[in-house]
Structures are given as C-alpha cells and as structure tokens.
Write a protein that binds this ligand. Sequence first.
Ligand code: ADP
Ligand code: MG
Length: 421
Amino acid sequence: MSVDKTDLQASLKQYFGFGAFKGLQESVVKSILSGQHTFVIMPTGGGKSLCYQLPALMQEGTAIVVSPLIALMKNQVDAIRGLSNQEGIAHVLNSSLNKTEVKRVKEDIVNGVTKLLYVAPESLTKDENVEFLRTVKISFLAIDEAHCISEWGHDFRPEYRNLRSIIGRIGDNIPIIGLTATATPKVQEDIIKNLGITGANTFKASFNRPNLYYEVRPKTKQVDADIIRFIKQNEGKSGIVYCLSRKRVEELAQVLQVNGINAVPYHAGLDAKTRSSHQDKFLMEDVDVVVATIAFGMGIDKPDVRFVIHHDIPKSIESYYQETGRAGRDGGEGHCLAFYSYKDIEKLEKFMSGKPVAEQEIGQALLQEMVAFAETSVSRRKFILHYFGEEFDNETGEGGDMDDNVRHPKKQHQAKDEAKL
Ligand code: ADP
Ligand code: MG
C-alpha cells in the first residue's frame, strides 16, 4: 500500500485531530502500511499507540493488538471509539465477555467494521479464537509492551513467548509489529529473535531526557533529614519519594507530615479508595508529595512533577529510568535524587534469594549495573544512555551538564568511600 505524505497528514487529522506526527511516528506508520515487520523502541509517552492505531484505521481488515493489561486495553478501545463515534471500530476479546458479546465482536470483524481487536496473550492462545481469526482478514499483528517476551525485561510474561507460534497458526504472511519502551540491547535482541522478525524495520527514538538533573547521594542515618531539607528547599513543588517497602512508605510519609510537609502515602497495601483519593489529591495539587512504592506511577501522567527522590536504590537501571522519568514530563525542571548505600544492595539481593536460579542471575546482573551507576564518577546521563545502547557526548549532547558528576567532578574512591558509610 502506498500512501503519500499529504494522505498521512490528512488521516492523522481526521482520526486523531492532531496537526503533526511526534518524533518517528510518521516513518513507523509508513513502514507498517508497507506491510513489513516493524520494531519500535520509544520511551514512555513517546506516542507508540498511534503508530499502530493509525495504520489499522487506514487499512482493510482487522489489526490484532496484543497487550498485557486489561485496563490499558479498555482505555485504548474507549478512546478510539470516542474519536470515531463508532462502537464496533475497536473491540476487546477476553474471557470476561459473555456469549452474546463474543458473537457481536465476531460479527463486527467479519463485516469489516472492526479495525482494532485488542487481546490478552492468554485469549490469543485459545483454539476457538485462533480458529476464528484464521478465517478473517488480518491487516497486521501488533505486540505492545513487547519486552514482556524477554526474561531480561522488567515484566516477563511466559505467555508472550508462545505468540510467534500462534501468529503462524493464524496466517502465513501477517506483518508483525513489536513495540516497547525498554531500550536495552539485550531485551531488543530477545524480542526480535523470539518473534522471528530478523530484518524488521527498526525505529529507535532517543531516550535522552535533557531537562532531568540526575544526582546520587550517599545514604546515611540522616537520610530522612536530608529528604526533608530537600523538599523544604523545593516548597510548593510536586514530587514523588520512592521507597522499597510499604512499611517505610508509611513511616516516611508520617515523618514528612510531622515536619510540616503536605505528603500522603501510596502503596498496594492501602485500600482502593484511599489509593485513588491520595492519587487524586496529588493530581489536583491538594498535596505536594506522594511517598510511594513502585505501585505508584503506572499510568500517572502529571506533567509538572518537579522532583523524584529514591529513598532506596531501585533494582535496575530500567526501573530507575522509568521512575525518574515521571519528573519533568512538561519539559520543565525535574530533579532526580537517589540515596545510595551498599547495604540496600545487599537487601535487594536477599529479596531475590528465594527465586529460581536463572532469575537470580539476571537480577544480580541488573543490580550490578545499578551499583556501577550509583558509584560511577562519569556523567550519569552518559551512563544511562550507554546502558540503553546510545552514544552520548556531554560537550554537544542536550543536557550534557545536567548531573552531579559533571557539575561537581570528584575522584572515584571518594564516591565509593561515601557509599560505605
Ligand atoms: P506510549 O505508549 O509510547 O507511552 P502513548 O501512545 O500512550 O505513548 O501516547 C502518549 C501521549 O501522546 C498520548 O496522550 C497521546 O494522545 C499523545 N500523542 C501521541 N501522538 C501524538 C501526536 N502526533 N500529536 C500530539 N499528541 C500525540
Ligand atoms: Mg503504550
């Protein structure tokens, strides 16, 4: 299918109301429309959904979208339906549907009404679904959050491993689109290999976040006081403080409150009502600071988060990048401050000790990279981007002086000695 630039722009406007593509979107859309296997690596918020939604809407047949979370699928389906005012244009196929609903979905697909069909990997494995999908016209198959395929990713899902053989059963020449925000070369290799899409057109956006300032400080007994001082110096600004355990979240939230900081706790142990009320208060700016476990943040899109503090060091650079990435979404200031002590690394190692050996080995390797990051005396930005397979030059690259090591160079042994405190 050949589509010229003006058609693409017009379709973008028509279906989404956007005046321009973001970043690599246009090239990705063209690649998908040309029927080739395509691999997309873009940071969170980069606009990956549109990359497959637009070509799906423009083409004949139904695009199958595999996505790991029912809530995410529902959001996307609702959004697409809202844009087009057409209920049947997008559907979810999963085990929660009753017989009548399944029949309706299938009819819409057969009649060529449905352009996007969202499925969980478990649903795609079901024989009856495979048998049905064999008989209809499929435009392409997109696998969102494709890092779930890899054990090196932060969210490994065994069901994702079987996708390749299922796709083969649905049809012979179905173009496959993989999309992820995981930038490590290892995960990328795994995805390409497992999906059997060697030679796919690959599009990788830069992971550089030039407006974020990265800083790591040694964690001492005074860490709470350090955090309080930092927050007071940033009064009135929104921020997130991440802790490893729920208990620590509760304690620190209280300590902050006692010290006159408008903070609330957030973790998976709180009931749903409290969680959503605390989240809303943060979004509405009734509170300045959320003290949270990693349960907080998925789907949080507050553009003006001005700082992210790690009270405990995360278990991988990926996690660190995702969590710090919640600062400065609007392009404004974003201070990322992590407290590091080797004792915390030992704690994380202990957590892993109950897991299968293979998992432990991977966890160890990821953790050692985190140690190297915390203890490095080179530019933290350069380190992160190198980890993601990207070359960065501090002299010429955007945000080249935005970290502690570049602004205040110190000798490596000093950093190590401090970390042992
Ligand atoms: P990702 O999946 O890469 O994290 P999303 O697909 O969720 O990102 O998109 C992030 C946001 O960017 C969404 O709010 C989306 O509406 C918006 N967006 C995507 N493409 C464009 C565009 N071309 N112009 C303006 N906004 C866009
Ligand atoms: Mg996405």
